[in-house]
Write a protein that binds this ligand. Structure first.
Ligand code: PLP
Length: 453
């Protein structure tokens, strides 16, 4: 039997946690989550918390779902893992068909990996290699366009395509050059309307495309909402214009639906909002229902066909990971897609999303809440030292972190991005749980911001 004291001591002695200042961590008592049940996480003392960020934006139908458990167990009785390099497996094959059935536009092929970062990295390499060896190769098309506040993961390629200085600046010498366009982020912009803010970004994109389109392979974008930047929701019409400019200038339109995919925005994929047709789409996180590491990069026949040829032509896509297409993870993903149908997950969201919006209205009255951003079930609540002048708190005060710690006293687990509180509960969250979640966070903001006055 492991006592809690022993676990804490082992954790502090041996582990290095991601995105964590370990000097702080080793001076705090870590919260050990031992179990999950529906939309709740349960710690080693049996205390229950609403999983307000879906275990880092992964969980979809709740924890410990019988249907997903059974699917994984059934597969486990057959085989836990077998490679896709030179062999095929059943769950990955069946999932391929299902993903293409539901994918937006003309996406026809599935390339598996195991995290959002690898899915983005694969999209990048696929796009690059495509132009080198398509029917009429365009070897000069080697550059990429990105959005300034974008995030596509932590591997070096995906970091090159991102723009969050706090995470990425220190690695600048490792990164390749990109063209960047401003994120249309109205709240912190100097523009008098969303439309003008949007036009500024679009004009910048046009200027780059006019001058450099012949050297650009593709544009990377988180469609409709930038998650890690703090839930920045794009102005209406923006995505459509970006997509059509990519077409006009013959560059690949590459969407990263790692955060937005699998229902988070209210549609299965965010791209469905304007019937966008990406050339490449990266998905991860929610794909396995939040159970096991799985990711996929989907693409068109046009791109896939450019990799076909005699062995001597060296057109093969030389990329793959040990756990690519893992059968357990693919079984979980198949069960998760079935649950979307069985639970009518997307239908129910059409009531939950406005309910969440209404529940957030009272936050506007709080002295230290600035912008509140929502896209579907993705929410960012920006804390401000002075909301009139939009003055942020000094980052070293860690107000966002303190609110999240306080929320635990209200049986809520959330995690901030700086001083933006993120809410992204499992899609199976009930309206009662939304009420409890928002009430707990409201109280926590009040407590912490009054204390730090
Ligand atoms: C849009 C987007 N792309 C990629 C990633 C990276 O995913 P992972 O953490 O699974 O590598 C994330 C993670 O938050 C993300 O939000």
């Amino acid at each position: 039997m492991n006592s809690k004291e022993k676990l804490i001591s082992l954790n502090h002695q041996y582990l290095w946690h991601p995105f964590t200042q370990m000097q702080d961590w080793i001076n705090e008592e870590p919260l050990f989550i031992e179990k999950g049940e529906g939309n709740y996480l349960i710690d080693t003392d049996g205390k229950r918390y609403i999983d307000g960020v879906s275990s880092l934006w992964t969980n979809i139908h709740g924890h410990n779902r019988k249907e997903i458990n059974e699917a994984v167990q059934e597969q486990l009785n057959l085989i836990g893992h077998t490679t896709m390099l030179g062999l095929a497996n059943i769950p990955a094959t069946l999932l391929g068909e299902k993903l293409i059935e539901v994918a937006p536009g003309e996406l026809k092929k599935v390339f598996y990996s195991d995290s959002g970062s690898t899915a983005a990295e694969i999209a990048l390499k696929m796009a690059y290699q495509y132009w080198q060896q398509k029917n009429k190769p365009e070897p000069s098309k080697t550059a990429f366009i990105k959005l300034k506040e974008g995030y596509h993961g932590d591997t070096v390629g995906s970091v090159s395509l991102g723009g969050i200085d706090l995470f990425h600046k220190i690695f600048s010498h490792l990164l390749f050059d990109t063209y960047s366009i401003p994120t249309p982020f109205f709240y912190h912009s100097e523009f008098s309307s969303e439309e003008k803010c949007k036009d500024h970004s679009i004009q910048s994109l046009k200027a780059i495309l006019e001058r450099h389109h012949h050297e650009i392979a593709g544009l990377f974008i988180e469609p409709y909402v930038q998650g890690a930047a703090g839930m920045i929701v794009f102005p209406k019409g923006y995505m459509k214009e970006v997509a059509s400019l990519c077409r006009d200038y013959n560059i690949l339109f590459i969407v990263d639906e790692v955060a937005t995919g699998f229902g988070r925005t209210g549609k299965l994929f965010a791209c469905e909002e304007d019937q966008l047709e990406p050339d490449i789409m990266a998905v991860a996180k929610g794909i396995s229902g939040g159970y096991l590491p799985l990711a996929a990069t989907l693409t068109t026949d046009e791109i896939y066909n450019a990799f076909l040829g005699d062995h001597s032509e060296h057109k093969t896509f030389y990329h793959g990971h040990s756990y690519t297409g893992n059968p357990l993870a693919c079984s979980a993903a198949l069960a998760s897609l079935n649950l979307f149908k069985k639970d009518r997950t997307l239908d129910h969201l059409q009531e939950k999303i406005p309910f969440l919006r209404t529940s957030l209205e009272v936050f506007q009255d709080l002295d230290h809440v600035g912008d509140i951003r929502q896209k579907g079930m993705m929410v960012g609540i920006e804390l401000m030292s002075d909301k009139g002048s939009k003055t942020p708190y000094p980052p070293e005060h860690r107000v966002g972190h303190k609110v999240c710690m306080e929320a635990r006293n209200h049986h809520v687990i959330i995690r901030p991005l700086g001083d933006v509180l993120i809410l992204m509960p499992p899609l199976s969250v009930t309206v009662e749980e939304i009420q409890a979640l928002t009430k707990g966070i409201y109280q926590s903001i009040l407590t912490v911001t009054q204390r730090s006055k």
